[in-house]
Structure formats: C-alpha cells, structure tokens
Write a protein that binds this ligand. Structure first.
Ligand code: PLP
Length: 419
C-alpha cells in the first residue's frame, strides 16, 4: 500500500498536490512519500515480531540521506556495498552495530573504514577477500565479525540481470567450497566467523526459490555446527518483490515471514534481512512532463522530459512501470503510445505500446513505483543534470537532493594546461 492517490482527479502524494508541486520544483523529479516508507518498514518488522531480527535496509535501493534517516528512525540498520554507502549510513545516524557490509569487491580502504567504524558484520564473498580481511584486521589489532555469503545455486529474481544465487553468478562462495572455507576461517585470528549469509536475487515473485535456498542454508548451519563452527547468525538478504502493476502481486511479507520462521525456528540464530525494493519501491514516483507528441510511421511517441539517465530500469531490466496522468481527464480517448525520453539511444524508453488516456504537450505524467533503483542508478548522460529528489510528509515537502546546475557539473572537470 502506498500514499499516492487521486483526489478529485488530481494526483496527491499524501496531502501534497503533485501538479502544484511540479509547477514549483520543475520537472522531472523524484517524489517520495515518507508515510509509505515508514509503513513498509513497519509491515516488514511486524511480520517478524517476536524474533528480534536486524532489518538492514539495502542502501543500494535508495541511498538518499533523508530516506535513510526516515528508516533509521523506524529502527532500520543498513546493508551497504561500498565505502560511500557506509559513510551515508553513518551520516544518517545508523548505528555501526546495525550495519552489514556486502559486495564481492571490498577494497582494503573500504574494509578499514568499516573496521574503524565497528560494523556488525562483513558478508565475505570469496577466499581471497577473507584472507585480505583477516590480514587487515590483524594489522589493526581487531577482530572482524564475518558471515560467509554462500551461493545456493537457486535461480530467482524478476530478470536475468537481478538473479544472484546461481552457480554462474559472481556472488558468494560456491556450495561445494563453503564448509572448507569455514574450516579455514576458524583458524584465522583476525576474523570471527559467526554467520551464514545469502542473497539470491531481487524482485522475487514467489516463495519457492526462497524456500529452496533457505532450506539449504538451514542444512549448512547444521553441518557447520557438526564441524565445530559456532554459527549464531543467519543473513537471508533481500529480494522480496513488489507489485509493479503488470503481474500477479508477490507474496505478502507475512507469508514470507511464516516460511522463514518455519525453516529457522529450530536453528536458534539471529536473523538478519537486507530488504531494499520492498521498503522503498512503491514509496516513490518519477514526475515528468510531456514535451512533444510525435506521430511516427509505425508508432505514436510521447516524448517526456525524463529519460533513461534518470530511471534506467526499463532499459536495463525490461522493467514495467505503470504510467498515469497527474491530472485525470475523463473525456480523453485511449491512445497507444511509446513513452520515451530525449536521450539519444533507442533504449531510452519508459513503456512501449502502452494504452493511456490521450495526452498533450505540457501534460504531466507519473511513472509509478520508482522509489527503488531509480535515483541511485541515475547518471548525467547527455549532460542532463541529476534530477531533484523531494520528500513529502503530510502536507509538507522538502527537496532532499537539489538539481545541480550545468555549472556544477562542469566544476568537476578541468582542461589540462596544454590546451
Ligand atoms: N542484499 C544484497 C547483497 C543485494 O545485492 C541486494 C540487491 O540486489 C539486496 C540486499 C536488496 O535486494 P531487494 O532490493 O530486492 O530487496
């Protein structure tokens, strides 16, 4: 459930009129609903009530510091995948004891920053990474708390590019290698291996792959304990899908939780989760304005002022996003459009062959469910400045990332003195 709805034919974000806001901010921009962020965090936590999990929001999904502050105030920790994300999480006030660090390529500097901060857990993804972390921790006279990310070889996720738990994926330690690496880790004095971690993919629409992977993880914990390894944490990653409007809704967090409780209750481990999309996906929209309506030979194009550099999901993952008019016109006939941006790439589109109420130049449209993997993946391709992010709270709003000017972009560049 989210807080974007029509009132008298006009789209509201909580109590803010989106068209009026567009007039003030200028398009395109991302618009987030604080109440929706809070609600999703609460729904997730309620599903696991009584089990005291660490819910470490996956910062990669939406890393705006204001968004992180909202989630921090709801008790969220953070799952980070870079030194930059670690700094953002700390800046947002997330306690180091609630931060886990994932990713296949942590550098020495990033690991050092995380050891200095005293994070809760490193999710280690390979033997060389384990050795590097052990050596660094010994140099720093510290012990790194570690879970090994294991790859259960289970296919999951809404698209090939967001499936992460198959043996051909770069993520995690292979199942065959896992017990041996845990045994090696036990001999290392710079690491304390206390957990098992897995993350099998994103936008997962049914429970079956979770069940397959998490059952394997439960068996692995039993085997590791039999080997003498004291495992008391289980990090199950993220991955729960959200409705994007075109397919059957994914499982409710309550059903996901029931499955996990059933599989993990006998293990007596602290559960860790890294939800991203489920928390912020439907809490954000992308507001854009039609520049031109172009009748092509084969198709009619709505050319809007947002583009793939602002929201790359359709181009990258063939993702579906519902698109709705910000101001409804009940009399408008239906038209079929390709909704495209101004960037000079054929992959610059938001929808193809989409039936919408007829729209004209100047009309506003909202690209729904754009709160996850939207602003974070934006680029300045075609020297299009990053677009603002705006947070709504009841009838109030705040710009939580301003639109840089073209001069701001130039300020990072310099011509060499021989030119
Ligand atoms: N944890 C890890 C290690 C990830 O790579 C991701 C994203 O793919 C997530 C958590 C968050 O996934 P989602 O946004 O699908 O919940």
């Amino acid at each position: 459930m989210h807080h974007f709805e029509y009132r008298n034919g006009r789209l509201y974000a909580e109590d803010v009129d989106v068209a009026a806001l567009a007039g003030e901010i200028g398009t395109p921009f991302y618009l987030y609903s604080e109440a929706t962020l809070r609600r999703h965090m609460q729904v997730f936590q309620k599903a696991f009530a009584g089990t005291d999990p660490l819910v470490a929001f996956s910062v990669k999904a939406n890393s705006n510091i204001a968004v992180l502050k909202v989630l921090q105030s709801e008790g969220a920790g953070a799952d980070v995948v870079s030194g930059g994300e670690l700094m953002r999480a700390l800046k947002a006030g997330i306690a180091p004891e609630k931060i886990v660090f994932s990713g296949v390529g942590k550098t020495r500097d990033e690991m050092k920053a995380a050891l200095d901060a005293g994070i809760y857990q490193f999710n280690v993804e390979s033997a060389p990474e384990l050795e590097a972390l052990n050596a660094l921790a010994l140099e720093m006279n510290k012990t790194a708390p570690v879970a090994l990310r294991v790859n259960p070889d289970v296919a999951a996720g809404g698209h090939d590019k967001i499936s992460t738990g198959r043996k051909e994926d770069k993520f995690g330690v292979s199942w065959g290698e896992a017990r041996g690496l845990y045994a090696k880790a036990r001999e290392m004095k710079g690491v304390d291996v206390a957990g098992v971690d897995l993350h099998i993919g994103s936008q997962i629409a049914d429970l079956a792959p979770f069940e397959a992977a998490f059952s394997k993880a439960a068996q692995l914990i039993a085997d590791l304990r039999a080997d003498g390894c004291a495992i008391d944490r289980l990090d199950l990653g993220g991955g729960l899908g959200i409705p994007y409007g075109n397919a059957a809704p994914p499982p409710h967090p309550d059903d996901y939780a029931a499955l996990i409780k059933r599989l993990t209750a006998p293990l007596d481990v602290r559960l860790i989760f890294e939800p991203g999309r489920m928390i912020c996906g439907n809490a954000g929209i992308l507001v854009t304005r039609v520049i031109y309506v172009k009748q092509g030979v084969a198709r009619k194009f709505l050319i809007v002022d947002a583009a793939m550099n602002d929201l790359i999901r359709p181009a990258l993952y063939d993702a579906h996003h519902d698109i709705i008019p910000v101001v409804q016109n009940d009399d408008a006939p239906r038209e079929t459009y390709d909704v495209v941006g101004p960037v000079c790439e054929s992959s610059d589109f938001f929808a193809k062959g989409r039936a919408l109420p007829e729209m004209k130049a100047g009309d506003l449209a909202a690209v729904m469910s754009a709160g996850a993997y939207g602003a974070v993946q934006a680029s300045q391709y075609n020297t299009r400045p990053l677009i603002p992010e705006v947070l709504v709270h009841g009838d109030r709003h705040a710009i939580i990332r301003r639109r840089p000017s073209v001069e701001d972009i130039f300020s990072l560049e310099a011509a060499p003195d021989w030119l």
